[in-house]
Ligand binder design. Structure first.
Ligand code: NAD
Length: 248
């Protein structure tokens, strides 16, 4: 049997790249998809692994997604796991969030998950597989700053339930990971010193998570070990969700 293959979007850096490393270490072949071509080249050189291949694609562009999926199919011949991880953040209240800013967040965080999943389904159906969508604890609570980001992530949780119910009969599971804060480029662009301090207080484990701590749960949900888990959102957040406090 040929090697199981995972497709990870937003894999040029951050949580996506850390997750790619974990899949590779477990013997998977990994298609790393990102729109940031220079960062993808750096990631590919760092990985230096024949089981890893990079694909340039903006997940919010339907034509690019279709072409990318063809290229992945030609390279790997199969798809066993799809990790919809590409995301952008933009913090602001509703009155300050212009429509362009709203659309920019929705296009990647929600439209991108829809488009890549839709394009991947024919490949996943061949032998069954798993989808893992990356949302955020920002989609679990209301806040004064996350009208676009939080709304996009809440929608991803619902899209996950839709996928689980619709695709179960094809042997395709769909789950969602809702990470707490991780010190990536995305988070550090929107987390002020006040937000960072407040997160440390609000999170029972009193710290940010690491990229690999998120990736381990993504890998588990995509593996056979999670063969009876579908339609779930798992918060990987140091206990933030359990604590019931508001988002800083
Ligand atoms: P990151 O900025 O380090 O990585 C995101 C990657 O996605 C980048 O490589 C970027 O080029 C890529 N990307 C963005 N838009 C794209 C598009 N339209 N098409 C293709 N690629 C695109 O950020 P990260 O923190 O690793 O984020 C990964 C995911 O985790 C995101 O969905 C984010 O919302 C989610 N998340 C992050 C945190 C956190 O604190 N870092 C918390 C909760 C959820």
């Amino acid at each position: 049997m040929s090697q199981p293959t995972a497709l990870i979007t937003g894999a040029a850096r951050g949580i996506g790249l850390a997750t790619a490393r974990l899949f590779l270490a477990e013997g998977w072949r990994v298609a790393l998809v990102d729109r940031d071509v220079p960062e993808l080249a750096v990631a590919e050189a760092e990985l230096a692994d024949p089981a890893a291949r990079t694909f340039a694609c903006d997940v919010s562009d339907e034509a690019q997604v279709a072409q990318m999926m063809d290229e992945v199919a030609n390279w790997a011949g199969r798809l066993d796991a799809l990790v919809n991880n590409a995301g952008v953040a933009d913090f602001g209240p509703i009155e300050d969030t212009g429509f362009q800013r709203w659309r920019r967040v929705m296009q990647t965080n929600l439209d991108g998950v829809f488009l890549v999943s839709q394009a991947a389904i024919p490949l996943l159906k061949r032998q069954g597989g798993a989808i893992c969508n990356i949302a955020s604890i920002s989609g679990l609570r209301g806040s004064t700053l996350r009208v676009a980001y939080g709304t996009s992530k809440a929608a991803v949780m619902q899209l996950t339930r839709q996928q689980a119910v619709e695709l179960g009969e094809h042997g395709i599971r769909a789950n969602c990971v809702a990470p707490g804060p991780v010190r990536t480029k995305l988070a550090m662009a929107v987390h002020s010193p006040e937000i960072i301090a407040a997160y440390h207080d609000a999170i029972p484990l009193n710290r940010y998570g690491s990229e690999a701590e998120i990736g381990e749960v993504i890998l588990f949900l995509c593996s056979r070990k999670a063969s009876y888990v579908t339609g779930q959102t798992v918060a990987v957040d140091g206990g933030f969700e359990a604590s019931g406090v508001g988002l800083p």
